[in-house]
Ligand binder design. Structure first.
Ligand code: F6P
Length: 400
């Protein structure tokens, strides 16, 4: 056994690109002279019974483009540190002590924790307890602060965009309204990006309030223009107009969101007497191969996470702040979720194209400069063309 060792684990909901991070971290470890071990089933593998495998060139070869994670993952296990949107739970001291013991006994210089908001909140508590960790931002939701992109996000967007492309042709053929419900938890990133990429007509996200009148108006407007079908993308975490989220409340755990698509569809059908169909994309968004963007991002995250441990920058999360790979203290990345800017460039571009966000009164293109009345001060008078000349020209014209 080499004296130096680094551990890796994947925690929380899976997403495309996890294996690419594992591979990137493992290969970088060998280059730098570390042995690399992978804990199984997320944080669970760190404690009673401790479960891990040695990551070797043999078992990590060919996994770059594989979905899921060769290490397995646990979403809500003994180490859960999040219950509400961002309500934190303190991890039991007995568990923290157990993990510290595992890390010490295995002689780990550091542990690469690949996870989203909830999983990195666990890593943050590990760090405060003196367990050497670094974080890698993973989630299809793209809702982690401090990084422009989490890996997995664009793969999910690709999946939702493909669904919209497919719905487009069938919606047009049958003159139907379709509602596509996508994931994203309390942020509308997937809905916004897929809605733009897939030519959605209405996008409903948690960050922008909307009404059924607004949605119906857009459908009618399109019909008046001869477009007899409409594609609506709704984020699972969008608030209903009357307030409230749709999903399953779970005591002491995060709510399981889902079901808003059906409500939106039923209400439009009731109001407009049109056939409205619903597609809930669900976990398809989390499966399959990562896109090229996510492969590159995940590989970089894996390599740079190991670099952080090598440089002794513990308690940090690697983050992509284009064009740089930087790092921030994990607590900065998990203190609150990163939401869509309701007036950001993507939303503005969508509005400029006429995409509706279900507002009561949709704004005209945000790029239109409002017309204003001209005054004499606005008229530039050139040296050759004086006001007197203009006045006499006007008088002549009137005399004719
Ligand atoms: O955070 C990723 C995510 O896929 C969310 O978009 C979704 O709300 C949630 O996880 C679903 O989690 P689970 O697979 O545990 O139901």
């Amino acid at each position: 056994m080499s004296a130096k060792r680094i551990g890796v684990l994947t925690s929380g909901g899976d997403c495309p690109g996890l294996n690419a991070v594992i591979r990137g971290a493992a290969k970088t470890c060998w280059k730098l002279g570390y042995d690399c071990i992978g804990f199984l089933k997320g944080y669970e593998g760190l404690y009673d019974p401790v479960q891990y495998i040695t990551l070797t060139p043999q078992n990590t070869t060919g996994i770059l483009n594989e979905g899921g994670t060769i290490l397995g993952s646990t979403n809500k296990g003994r180490f859960a540190a999040t219950c509400g949107v961002s309500d934190r739970i303190e991890i039991k001291r007995e568990l923290l002590e157990g993990v510290k013991c595992t890390v010490d006994q295995l002689g780990l210089e550091g542990l690469v924790c690949i996870g989203g908001d909830g999983s990195l909140a666990i890593a943050e508590q590990f760090h405060r307890f003196g367990i050497p960790v670094v974080g890698v931002p993973k989630t299809i939701d793209n809702d982690l602060s401090a990084t422009a992109f989490t890996f997995g996000f664009y793969s999910a967007v690709d999946c939702a965009t493909d669904a919209l492309d497919r719905l487009h042709t069938t919606a047009a053929s049958h003159e139907r309204v379709f509602v596509l419900e996508v994931m994203g938890r309390h942020a509308g990133w997937i809905a916004l990006h897929a809605g733009i990429a897939g030519g959605g007509d209405v996008i409903l996200i948690p960050e922008i309030s909307w009404t059924f009148e607004g949605v119906c108006r857009k459908i009618l407007e399109r019909e008046q223009q001869g477009k007899k079908f409409t594609l609506i993308v709704v984020a699972e975490g969008a608030n209903l107009p009357e307030g409230g989220l749709v999903g399953e409340h779970r005591d002491g755990a995060q709510a399981r969101l889902g079901g808003i698509g059906e409500i939106v569809a039923r209400e439009i059908q009731r109001r407009l007497l049109r056939e409205v169909r619903v597609v809930v994309l669900g976990h398809l968004q989390r499966g399959g191969a990562p896109t090229t963007f996510d492969r590159v991002l995940a590989t970089q995250y894996g390599a740079h996470a190991v670099r952080l441990i090598h440089e002794g920058k513990l308690g940090e999360m690697i983050c992509y702040q284009p064009p740089h790979m930087n790092s921030v203290p994990i607590r900065e990345a998990v203190h609150r979720i990163r939401e869509v800017d309701s007036n950001g460039a993507a939303v503005q571009a969508a509005r400029a194209l006429g995409i509706s966000f279900g507002g009561g009164t949709e704004q005209a293109s945000p790029f239109l400069v409002p017309a204003r009345e001209m005054t004499i001060d606005d008229v530039e008078v050139s040296a050759e063309f004086t006001l007197e000349m203009a006045e006499s020209a006007t008088a002549e014209a009137l005399a004719d």
